[in-house]
Design a protein. Structure first.
Length: 414
């Protein structure tokens, strides 16, 4: 087991560290330099809105599919044939809803930008579902290759678009072309090696069985999106584009640190799902080691970013407008160790069929975060949003600790 986990982690580490720095430089430094901080803030808020709406309609199908297919790989074709068309349809609806929200907010001038942002999220959504098959079969070499291909295509197409059109709309169009090509390649890999796409298997009864279990996981993901993404939307609405751009710099840097917990939880979800029904003592040991190791690694990363925050921010944008992002980063980065452990505890609860409790905790956390933002942003601007994020993560951590499973599937059944 340890050898397989180490092998999977090596593949994901290799894939992510080959291209994630390139992606980070592109989505921050390059985009800010080409389109300006104000328009960058607007692009960030638009992507956040489309991501939230899309997440609401996706309804936890990724986590649920990984858990169930990891326990029974023979279900791969059934899940793929039903959930991929569902996610494609849901994303189309999400674009329509997102555009309607922009109209209600009076943002008619950015509808084309919002359309491209929604289309980018659509193809990212279906690409991610293809990767659930790689993960559930614990074939992380496929995901590593997929990640490298995705970032290279998106960055290349986005950069070429910026050369011809130095606007947020232009870069989003280029990114959309890149992620479309990525999806087509991933779809080909899935049907070649992991599952067929069979229209005859599309079955309403499948959704009747699956959705009651997937929906709580979906709600949990939506609530996480809400308290990670609505801050940008709320800052833009209350304080304007410049504070949003400043917050976006700090948030993007902080978000980049989540590469470590993202890799760890991706690897552990299928393994923990299997161990929960086959060997709880190993499930418990793996969970404890994962929490301790992840907290230690993420704390060290946060400490380094705190120390070098001025250098990091100034390297991205040396203008006076970007200086407030330094203080924001030094606050926001301390959410990383807590949020990293929370992501693993969330994975542990998903693997142990505690999706309803998970959804309740994260639902309350989302409302807590939005409430704190409403109170703090008017007086403290983006600094208030940073404090709200940390407070929310601490609440989630305390709640999760009290809810982690004490016994396995067979012990619970008996």
């Amino acid at each position: 087991m340890v050898h397989q986990i180490a092998k999977n982690l090596t593949w994901l580490t290799l894939g992510n560290f080959l291209v994630k720095p390139i992606w980070f430089v592109f989505i921050t430094y390059v985009c800010i330099r080409f389109i300006g901080l104000r328009e960058y803030g607007l692009m960030t808020a638009t992507l956040a809105l489309m991501g939230i709406v899309n997440g609401v309609l996706t309804l936890g199908t990724s986590s649920y599919s990984i858990r169930e297919v990891a326990r029974d790989p023979g279900k791969s074709t059934l899940f793929f044939s039903n959930f991929l068309p569902y996610r494609l349809s849901a994303s189309v609806l999400a674009i329509a809803i997102g555009l309607a929200i922009e109209l209600i907010l009076g943002n008619q001038a950015i509808l084309i930008m919002a359309l491209f942002a929604g289309t980018y999220i659509l193809f990212m959504n279906v690409t991610e579902y293809c990767r659930t098959l790689f993960r559930s079969h614990e074939r992380f070499e496929y995901e590593a290759i997929s990640t490298v291909v995705e970032k290279l295509l998106v960055v290349t197409c986005g950069s070429l678009a910026l050369v011809y059109d130095r606007t947020a709309t232009g870069v989003l169009l280029g990114m959309t072309i890149g992620i479309l090509l990525t999806f087509l390649l991933n779809f080909r890999w899935v049907i070649k090696d992991f599952a067929r796409m069979s229209v005859s298997l599309i079955d309403p009864s499948f959704f009747k069985r699956a959705m009651p279990q997937a929906i709580p996981l979906g709600l949990a993901s939506v609530f996480v999106l809400l308290y990670f993404r609505t801050d940008s939307v709320m800052i833009e609405a209350m304080k304007g584009e410049l504070p949003t751009g400043q917050y976006a710099i700090a948030f993007r840097i902080t978000e980049a640190l989540f590469i470590v917990p993202a890799m760890v939880t991706a690897i552990l979800l299928p393994r923990l799902s299997h161990l929960f029904v086959s060997g709880f003592s190993r499930f418990k040991t793996l969970s404890q080691k994962g929490i301790i190791g992840l907290f230690g690694a993420s704390f060290l990363l946060a400490l380094l970013v705190f120390a070098f925050a001025p250098l990091i921010v100034q390297s991205m944008d040396p203008t006076v407008d970007a200086e407030p992002a330094i203080a924001l980063l030094r606050i926001l980065v301390w959410a990383v160790p807590v949020a990293s452990v929370n992501s693993l505890m969330s994975t542990i609860m998903t693997a142990s069929d505690l999706q309803k409790k998970l959804a309740w905790v994260l639902g309350f956390a989302a409302f807590l975060n939005i409430g704190l933002n409403f109170v703090l942003i008017p007086s403290l601007s983006a600094t208030g949003a940073s404090y709200a994020t940390i407070a929310t993560e601490v609440f989630v951590a305390v709640s999760f600790i009290t809810l982690l499973p004490r016994k396995g599937h067979s012990e619970s059944a008996s």
